[in-house]
Design a protein around this ligand. Structure first.
Ligand SMILES: [Zn+2]
Length: 60
């Protein structure tokens, strides 16, 4: 299981789209008032996040 590849879906506000990136792109995870939010680099080097806070907030 050492080579297990974990992927994470992030939203990049610069590309204005979602990206599926590898776990190595993960920068950090923060606990916010809306729950845990993961920050990761999109394939173009921007900082994206998951899940999209606005969508999560609207879904509650
Ligand atoms: Zn981007």
């Amino acid at each position: 299981m050492a080579d297990t590849v974990l992927m994470i879906l992030i939203h990049c506000p610069h590309c204005e789209t979602n990206h599926l990136v590898g776990y190595r792109s993960l920068v950090e995870v923060q606990n916010t008032e809306y729950g845990p939010v993961a920050f990761a680099h999109c394939p173009h080097g921007h900082l994206g996040f998951s899940p999209r806070p606005a969508e999560r907030h609207a879904a509650v």
